[in-house]
Design a protein around this ligand. Sequence first.
Ligand code: ACO
Length: 428
Amino acid sequence: MSEIAKIELGGTTYEFPVIEGTENEKAIDISNLRAATGYVTLDTGYKNTGATTSSITFLDGEEGILKYRGYPIEELAEKATFIEVAYLLIYGNLPTTTELEKFRSNITKHTLVHEDMKQFFEAYPAKAHPMGVLSSMVCSLSTFYPESLDPNRSPEAKDLTILRLLAKLPTLAAWAYKNSTRHPFMYPKNEFDYCKNFLYMMFAMPTEEFKVDPVVVDALNKLFILHADHEQNCSTSTVRIVGSSQANLYASISAGISALWGPLHGGANQEVIEMLEKIHADGGDVDKWVLKAKDKEDPFRLMGFGHRVYKNFDPRAKIIKKACDDILTKLGVNDPLLAIAKKLEQVALEDEYFKARNLYPNVDFYSGIIYKALGIPTEMFTVMFAIGRLPGWIAQWKEMTENKEPIGRPRQIYTGEVLRTYVPIEKR
Ligand code: ACO
């Protein structure tokens, strides 16, 4: 017999079904709660609230497990390409050779952005943060494809918008960087694969031959895979909730990019490097900074530490830490920040404050050191995260539209004034 949850309110017992996911996760289905009882639930920050059922990503924060469509992240990071993983997330299965070739070639057909968009870039100041530029540019894409304003026009139209986004995001991201340096934009080179093409648009110059170490391309591929989806996090929930109003996909992804920008979310990778640089410049006394992070009067937090759902370890951080060592060795980079990061991790992991609160390094703790070794400027770190996360946002949006989920609209408990009478301004 299936499990039932009982809630007693004002002497009456109400029953609610318990639903179970394929990994035995359990939830009390309260979709009928308000209609049956007149009550709502209160859960700020949605710490206990499942907003949807989903078959894309499974995450067990206690055990440190992360799987995309049933495939462990460790296996995908080791063996797959980012484009294969993008296909897997969006369409549900790993592609066959024919499917992958078609997907790849369709993406390369759309890597150019409209020439008129170059004027938008040029209007931004050189010091504009690239996340602000990227979010605006992605929303601006919708103005060039008015037929995409109805996100549910047809499955073919949906697929075309998905391809355009996957194809154009690296171009827009690289051009945001080129614009900040006031260097000429490099047009995509479609004989290169996804990651190499991005590096080409970022770093190539018209006057020089472009050369890139395959170690750098592989590292980028791995980082993008590790960031590709993470179920109902802040930016993904934003994409789903904006999309639930049937706003177009460009607008929904643009909103996701804005949500990712915050330092408590994707913006943490930039903050981590800035924090490590500060500690290094301050003499490298790690204990002093750990003390600061524990001091409740001090707003300083150890960036790259802690996670809403991982309370044991973040499996992505484990892979990234190892990749960081490998990549720096292969590239012959000796970064003092890596030594500080490792010491900080060791001190924090042995400290009672961090142990009691289950605070471990998250995905952002070591990724910045890799990006730095690859030559990516610090302000572009969160942009890199956005490129990696794009397939996950798209997959989650697609699932939400295909499930015909209702508009996202939480309730509240009102705590303001009950009734006041308007007082003319001269009498206030
Ligand atoms: N440094 C010091 N103390 C911390 C840290 C930290 N990085 N993170 C959490 N704590 C403490 C809090 O002060 C709190 O202590 P208290 O119980 O004594 O009040 C306790 O740990 C719980 O923290 P919350 O903020 O309530 O946990 P929540 O789940 O809401 O937040 C978050 C998770 C936002 C990730 C938090 O750990 C944090 O701010 N980390 C630093 C920023 C960061 O690295 N973000 C990236 C997350 S990964 C990602 O989004 C891709």
